[in-house]
Design a binder for this molecule. Structure first.
Ligand code: UD1
Ligand code: CA
Length: 496
């Protein structure tokens, strides 16, 4: 709970983002499972502002719809033409005023394209702003390359911030300044509203610059302060896909670092990717080439990878998951999955259950200790405890029109190469013979045999394939035969 709650946070997200060269609006591009604007809104929420308004313009229907989905508490303000950051903030404040919000206190402004900004940094900015009794406090950063950014101009005598000069409007001397404007500010709400009315457009872009508010407030005798970001990478703004990839790498690194410091072993951070909502318990182990998406959770001592892609999947304590793709699955404690398993939504594996090699499951509840070890498809099924499903079994769930359910009891032993034609039920303790096509319910404790009877046609090879290697081998195998086995003489013959 923040002791210093701002009256409002204004997020600027009306720009088009042309440099993304995309049909998707810039702020809706995503990294680590969240949109750019989603990251900014999440950081802003940590301040617990009374109001949160996002200024939308370009593709505003799409952006508004997205915001309603991820954070229904946000308001949107429309900026029809992108006349600059100052104009955008004005639109945001007017929208808040229309809704009756009193902008007494602090108003924080952030850009919608800085996804690495943390709530902690915003809080430090808001705290510095309040404790220094400033009219405005700008978050700045020392960067290796300040090209394109607004430069922070300080008074040579006392170091006070006197102005922000946009790159395009800066002199050569000002361009040499390496301290830049992050685009994040804390303002006194009332003074901001007044000053925005005085911002002019006589600059190289003909826009209302929010940055001009600093000079206006300073000239009116108000306190202007600055807070320097501890890590300049946090304020990285995304303008193109190179910066998007850079930001994704940095955020992934940050998330993995937090995981490792909380007790997770990450074998190869460089080939491991995680989303912001992924959670871990101590002593989880992640092997190389693994991607964890959505709300995936790894419980204590679970081991995932190499080569896994898990989405919204819960991995139980001590479970082992190898070379697996899983989406919406629940893997029980000490269960074993893969290599080469595909668990689709609705898969629930009990404690010590197994979904082995080349096994696909969907909407399947597999009881404790039950094993599906090899080459099988289990769709729309419930299997009890401690049953074993033979290799190469298919749960035939689809009749071409509807899906049907198969129920298999506990302590069953089904043969290899079975087809369970749903709807069908197999009782507790039942067995089925290998190669069976099970179309009728099997009572508990029975053996079901559902396949053609085997018949052997004696002497068929000698008659139909005379002289072949098979015929020679068969002849040699006859009791009392002294003929050589094929391959033991020069010409075995029979090949084709
Ligand atoms: C802005 C700052 C610059 C700072 C930089 C940090 C100004 C005048 N300049 O420059 O000092 O170093 O950010 O990244 O403030 N936007 C609107 N409506 C508009 C214009 C912009 O909503 O009319 C939004 C954009 O969608 C974006 C943000 O404001 O999210 C910043 O706009 P952008 O054009 O990227 O500003 P910069 O030129 O980068
Ligand atoms: Ca601009």
């Amino acid at each position: 709970m923040s002791a210093n709650r701002p009256a409002a946070v204004v997020v600027l997200a009306a720009g088009e983002g042309t440099r993304m060269k995309s049909a998707t609006p810039k702020v809706l591009h995503s990294l680590c499972g969240r949109s750019l604007v989603g990251h900014v809104v999440a950081a802003a929420r940590e301040l617990e502002p009374e109001h949160l308004v996002v200024v939308v313009g370009h593709a505003r229907e799409q952006v508004t719809e997205h915001l309603a989905e991820i954070d229904p508490g946000t308001r949107t303000a429309v900026q029809h033409e992108q006349n600059g950051t100052g104009h955008a903030v004005r639109m945001g404040l007017e929208e808040l005023a229309r809704s009756g919000a009193a902008l007494e206190g602090t108003v924080v402004v952030v850009c919608g394209d800085t996804p690495l900004l943390t709530g902690g940094t915003l809080q430090r900015l808001a705290d510095a702003h309040t404790s220094d009794s400033n009219a405005v406090t700008v978050l700045t950063a020392e960067v290796p390359d300040s090209t394109g950014y607004g430069r922070i101009v300080r008074d040579p005598a006392d170091g006070a911030v006197t102005a922000i000069v946009e790159h395009k409007d800066a002199t050569e001397a000002q361009r040499a300044i390496t301290e830049i404007n992050s685009g994040v500010f804390a303002f006194d709400g009332r003074l901001l509203t007044d000053a925005l009315g005085k911002v002019r457009t006589d600059n190289s872009q003909g826009e209302e610059y929010l940055t001009d508010v600093l000079g206006i407030l300073r000239e009116a005798g108000h306190r202007v302060g600055a807070a320097v970001a501890a890590d300049h990478r946090e304020i990285l703004g995304i303008n193109n896909r190179v910066q998007l990839a850079d930001a994704r790498g940095l955020l992934n690194e940050r998330l993995l670092r937090e995981a490792m410091l909380s007790g997770v072993t990450v074998m190869d951070p460089a080939s491991t990717w995680v989303d912001v909502a992924v959670t871990f318990e101590p002593d989880a182990v992640v092997h190389p080439g693994t991607q964890l998406h959505g709300s995936t959770h790894l419980a204590a001592n679970s081991e995932v990878g190499p080569g896994c892609t898990l989405t919204d999947t819960v991995v139980g304590a001590g479970a082992r998951v190898v070379n697996t793709v899983a989406d919406g699955a629940e893997i029980g404690a000490e269960a074993s999955v893969g290599p080469y398993a595909y668990l689709r939504p609705g898969t629930r594996l009990g404690t010590k259950a197994k979904a082995g090699t080349y096994v696909e499951m969907k909407n399947a509840k597999i009881g404790d200790g039950t094993k599906v070890p090899h080459l099988s498809y289990v769709g729309d099924a419930t299997i009890g405890e401690y049953s074993n499903i033979g290799a190469a079994s298919v749960f035939v769930n689809y009749d071409g029109v509807s899906k049907h359910h198969t129920t298999i009891g506990s302590h069953c032993r089904t043969g290899s190469d079975n087809m369970f034609v749903a709807p069908v039920t197999i009782g507790d303790g039942a067995y089925t013979a290998a190669g069976s096509v099970i179309t009728k319910d099997v009572p508990p404790g029975s053996l079901a045999v559902a396949r053609g009877q085997q018949r052997n046609i004696e002497g068929w090879v000698a008659r139909k394939r005379p002289g072949s290697a098979a015929a020679q081998a068969a002849a040699a195998a006859r009791p009392g035969s002294s003929s050589p086995k094929p391959g033991e003489e020069g010409e075995a013959g029979g090949g084709h």
